[in-house]
Write a protein that binds this ligand. Structure first.
Ligand code: DAH
Length: 342
């Protein structure tokens, strides 16, 4: 019986996906589903093989399927036989069939805003693969095997080849760009990253980052600060406050994390800022000379800064989204709310 119910589900899907644009297809649909030897009849024939107790449930399911197929047929009839609508009966004043339009995903909206802020000050966009090898994701970034900091990024490895993994950060794209050897570099790298984390309202096993890299002669920490100050003012408004905290990343030295004042509660303290008045938005630092050397860049001559920031948290703050999971559930009731935002 389960097999038949599965078949019903499958056929329902088939009907949902069926498009009818002419009379021939309409007739084909009728014969396949509703004809005397059609699938609805055939499935009804199974009733006799069903045990007494199950008959009621089973019958209801089949009937529902029958009504569904018939309804679709009626809908198709309207579109399937346009030639039968006589010109003089056609009402041109009727509103057009409503066609649904899509919307931009809130993650994309925020990511686009971040990208355009940096584009306006001369950064261009580059992308890299989501399936990376260990060298680009870790080794080249001064994270050799057994380095304890690898634990900070719970990694999904690919069983087919232990050297392959789902990138844990967009910093791997930095490596690819540096290896190309075209200097100076002033680029940002937006993209999706993966971590083996328990999914909850605050964390997901995949999310998005925008990474940035600037390499030239005589680049200093002051350049880093000025670039990121500019970004914050454009992104969050002129009144937002910024603070840097010293931090550690193997690929930068010195390293810092940057917080912005919580614009949800105006720094008064709320759940988003965990009552500190500050929200961490990115990690950054001066590119470690080992990383430059690993990627074939002369660390005596060149220096640079880099940063990496998450997109989800900012998106959630911007739109008051309380659960990160809703961002990847594809629920149209949620997505529809972003229809008129560009
Ligand atoms: N890759 C870091 C992470 O995912 C973020 C980061 C920190 C990127 C500092 C950088 C950087 O480029 O300089 O946690």
């Amino acid at each position: 019986m389960q097999q038949i119910l599965d078949k019903v589900e499958q056929l329902k899907k088939e009907i949902e996906e069926t498009q009818v644009v002419n009379a021939e297809q309409l007739e084909k649909f009728r014969i396949r589903f509703l004809g005397t030897k059609g699938l609805v009849k055939e499935l009804m024939g199974e009733m006799k093989n069903v045990s007494k107790e199950m008959k009621k449930d089973f019958g209801a399911k089949l009937n529902e399927f029958k009504v569904f197929a018939e309804d679709r047929y009626e809908v198709f009839k309207g579109v399937g036989k346009p030639s039968e609508v006589k010109e003089e009966n056609f009402d041109y004043t009727l509103p057009a069939y409503p066609s649904e339009t899509g919307s931009r995903h809130p993650i994309q909206l925020v990511m686009q805003k971040m990208i355009s802020i940096f584009e306006r000050i001369g950064f261009s966009v580059a992308e890299g693969p989501e399936i990376e090898d260990d060298w680009h994701n870790f080794n080249a970034l001064n994270l050799p095997e057994n380095h304890p900091a690898r634990d900070m990024q719970d990694t999904f490895y690919i069983s087919k080849n232990p050297d392959w993994l789902l990138r844990t950060h967009t910093s791997s794209v930095q490596v690819r760009v540096m290896k190309e050897g075209k200097l100076p570099i002033r680029q940002i790298f937006p993209g999706r990253v993966y971590r083996n984390e328990t999914v909850s309202a605050r964390a997901h096993c995949f999310f998005h980052q925008v990474e940035g890299l600037y390499i030239d002669e005589n680049v200093s920490f002051a350049d880093l600060k000025q670039t990121l100050y500019h970004f914050v003012k454009e992104m969050f408004g002129p009144d937002v406050k910024v603070r840097f905290r010293p931090s550690f990343f193997p690929f930068t030295e010195p390293s810092a994390e940057m917080d912005v004042s919580c614009f949800i509660c105006d720094s008064k303290g709320c759940n988003v800022c965990k009552h500190t008045g500050w929200v961490e938005i990115l990690g950054c630092g001066m590119v470690h000379p080992n990383v430059l050397t690993n990627c074939g860049i002369d660390a005596e001559k060149y220096s640079g800064f880099a940063w990496g920031m998450g997109v989800e948290r900012t998106t959630m703050m911007q739109y008051g989204i309380k659960d990160i999971r809703i961002l990847s559930e594809n629920d149209v009731r949620f997505l529809d709310q972003f229809k008129n935002i560009h």
